[in-house]
Design a protein around this ligand. Structure first.
Ligand code: AMP
Length: 223
């Protein structure tokens, strides 16, 4: 099974993707994480992508499609995988359908209004070691420096600057939202309200996924 987590920047795809990954034993694949890693290590691909990421624009379809093609061929994706941040354009969705044509898929749209997305992204901090995101609104000044989970240093993503946030939301509305109609036509799209707590959103997602994937604990026992 392929689970596609769909939603605007700051809708919770990464956070929910990690929880879904843990519950159902499938790897989460984030094109944003893969691109940031390529930028950090200074690969040719990373150098080409960096300028687009910093401006809040999309990296070219060819670059991300190639990254995904390689990643989903890995052994850990044999039983399925969770996509976070891919596809983001109709050509990317068509390329994905071609590269792994027979795998059943479900697309979960995490619905959050844009004014709430802006607030979340403005307060987001990400651990430089384990990449877990947190938000200044739920943290106290005393623990604003290190990650609760691993003790790594918390940082603000460069593309979480106010003017870049606005551009990313615009790009999402113009280039990515049309995918919703594409997946609705394929009858694989389900939507959840993503404006509550992390736990509330996760419960809504598991209600859908338990029906198609079976419960997490049962899957683990079967292995
Ligand atoms: P994210 O971490 O998903 O918010 O992605 C961060 C940035 O990486 C985006 O603003 C884009 O510049 C780039 N990016 C991530 N995924 C894609 C994609 N599927 N297509 C094009 N650009 C992407």
């Amino acid at each position: 099974m392929r689970v596609v987590l769909f939603g605007g920047p700051g809708s919770g795809k990464g956070t929910q993707g990690d929880l879904v990954s843990e519950r159902y034993g499938l790897p989460r694949i984030s094109t944003g994480d893969l691109l940031r890693e390529a930028v950090k290590t200074g690969t040719p691909l990373g150098r080409r992508a960096e300028v687009f990421i910093k401006a809040g624009e999309l990296v070219s379809d060819e670059i991300v499609e190639e990254m995904i093609r390689e990643r989903i061929e890995a052994e850990d994706c044999r039983e399925g995988y969770i996509l976070d941040g891919f596809p983001r354009t109709i050509p990317q969705a068509e390329a994905l359908a071609r590269m792994d044509a027979t795998r059943p898929e479900i697309v979960i749209g995490i619905e959050v209004r844009s004014e709430i997305l802006v607030g979340r992204l403005s307060g987001r901090l990400v651990c430089s070691a384990c990449q877990t995101a947190t938000n200044t609104s739920v943290r106290t000044p005393a623990n604003d420096v290190v990650c609760n989970l691993c003790g790594g240093r918390l940082e603000r993503r460069t593309d979480d600057a106010p003017e870049v946030i606005r551009q990313r939301i615009k790009v999402y509305q113009e280039q990515t939202e049309p995918l919703k109609a594409y997946y609705l036509r394929k009858c694989v799209y389900r939507e959840v309200d993503g404006e509550g707590t992390i736990d509330e959103t996760f419960r809504r997602i598991t209600l859908i996924l338990d029906a198609v994937l079976g419960r997490g604990e049962e899957r683990r026992i079967q292995r």
